[in-house]
Design a protein. Structure first.
Length: 393
């Protein structure tokens, strides 16, 4: 505060200022403010000090040597009545003066660095330094404790997540081992036909001696013998609309898809009443739309579910290690289903078709790596053209 009229430079200046006002508010609870209070006590002028003002309560005491500490916002009634003394080093005072003027303080003075030095010499007491250092040390410790608390919370969250993942993995292993362990390599040397529900299913001619794996509503086609059926997405609107009507009458082995807890789509699971038959076995599939890996060991990892139940059936078929896998009715088109029905909620648009084709490519890469002798053949392909070997009937 460069103007001499705005700065206390000696004892007489302070006494003169105190003589012209009803009381004094010291702005600043740091080292300068502490020294100023000690000095006023020594000079028997402390009775004129009303309080100490600070910008924030955080890190500041409730009182200094018996003098109460308030935030500036609590001193609305004091701003015109009392003299505000800025008890900081000079280079900090201009911004504080602007703050006090904006608040509406009428009388504002600072302390020169020279006068502050004299005060330090006169009181010959290092209590303010000790108090300030203690306060800084305590503040630092509190900050460190807060950081430690945050770290502990983060570690606790990670531990909870780890425990959750372990529990989830244990469940996946238990459920999928019970479902699939007996079928590993069981179709070695045989042919497998995977039948989806696209319109080209109607052009399928039975492959003699092949193992037939159907998906979802293929079981409603009486002309197709089924050895296995994969079903998933038993949401209420599908069940109430009769999509899986008479599923309980299907005699072949049924694998019923479940999701892991981390997917947050439990609403898509079949209710327990659909699992009463002895031929129904749960399996846990990977999250749809996720960048999930395709694992060779489907007993201890989720089955690749992706955007269609066909991927679960194909993943299982590869696990049984056949010579050939025929893909029938895997049309990836918007033409509806083999029975002539069209469900607007499941229509395949261009974006979804592209996603499906990318997933089929991933399955092809997986098969080429782990089951290179198994030939995958697309029968009457529509949207799957150019990915697998193709035949037309």
């Amino acid at each position: 505060m460069g103007n001499d009229n705005n700065c206390v430079r000696k004892k007489d200046d302070l006494a003169d200022a105190l003589g012209k006002c009803e009381g004094l508010v010291i702005y600043g609870a740091g080292l300068v403010g502490n020294c100023m209070i000690q000095y006023l006590i020594k000079e028997k002028m402390a009775s004129r000090v009303i309080c100490v003002a600070v910008k924030s309560r955080e890190g500041n005491p409730e009182a200094i040597m018996g003098i109460p500490v308030f935030t500036l916002g609590e001193l609305e009634d004091y701003k015109e009545k009392y003299f505000f003394l800025i008890a900081t080093l000079e280079h900090l005072q201009d911004s504080i003066k602007e703050e006090l003027e904006k608040f509406g303080c009428r009388t504002i003075l600072g302390i020169s660095n020279t006068y502050y030095t004299q005060i330090r010499e006169e009181i010959n007491d290092f209590t303010p330094d000790v108090v300030c250092n203690l306060r800084k040390g305590i503040g630092y410790m509190l900050d460190r404790f807060r950081q430690m608390d945050q770290k502990i919370d983060q570690l606790r969250d990670r531990l909870d997540n780890f425990v959750y993942l372990v529990e989830e993995q244990n469940e996946i292993s238990a459920v999928n081992t019970r479902a699939f362990a007996r079928y590993r390599n069981c179709n070695y040397g045989k042919d497998v036909v995977i039948m989806a529900t696209g319109p080209t299913l109607n052009h399928y001619k039975l492959v003699n001696g092949a193992i037939h794996i159907g998906v979802n509503t293929v079981y409603k086609n009486p002309g197709i013998p089924l050895d296995f059926l994969f079903v998933q997405d038993g949401r209420a609107e599908f069940l109430n609309g009769g999509k899986f009507e008479k599923l309980e009458d299907v005699a072949c082995k049924i694998f019923m898809g479940r999701v892991s807890k981390s997917t947050h789509v439990e609403w898509s699971e079949f209710p327990e009443s659909y699992r009463l038959g002895g031929n129904v076995t749960d399996y846990i599939m990977a999250q749809a739309h996720a960048q999930a890996g395709i694992y060779r060991d489907i007993c201890h990892h989720p089955v690749y579910g992706g955007l269609t139940v066909v991927f679960s059936a194909l993943h299982f078929a590869l696990y049984t290690y056949p010579s050939k896998i025929y893909l029938v009715g895997c049309d990836i088109s918007s033409e509806g289903y083999y029975d002539g029905t069209v469900d607007k909620s499941t229509l395949i648009n261009t974006a979804k078709a592209n996603e499906l084709k990318e997933d089929y490519k991933l399955m092809k890469e997986f098969a080429g790596l782990h089951y290179p002798e198994t030939e995958i053949i697309s029968v009457n392909p529509v949207g799957l053209k150019g990915i697998f070997k193709e035949i037309y009937t």
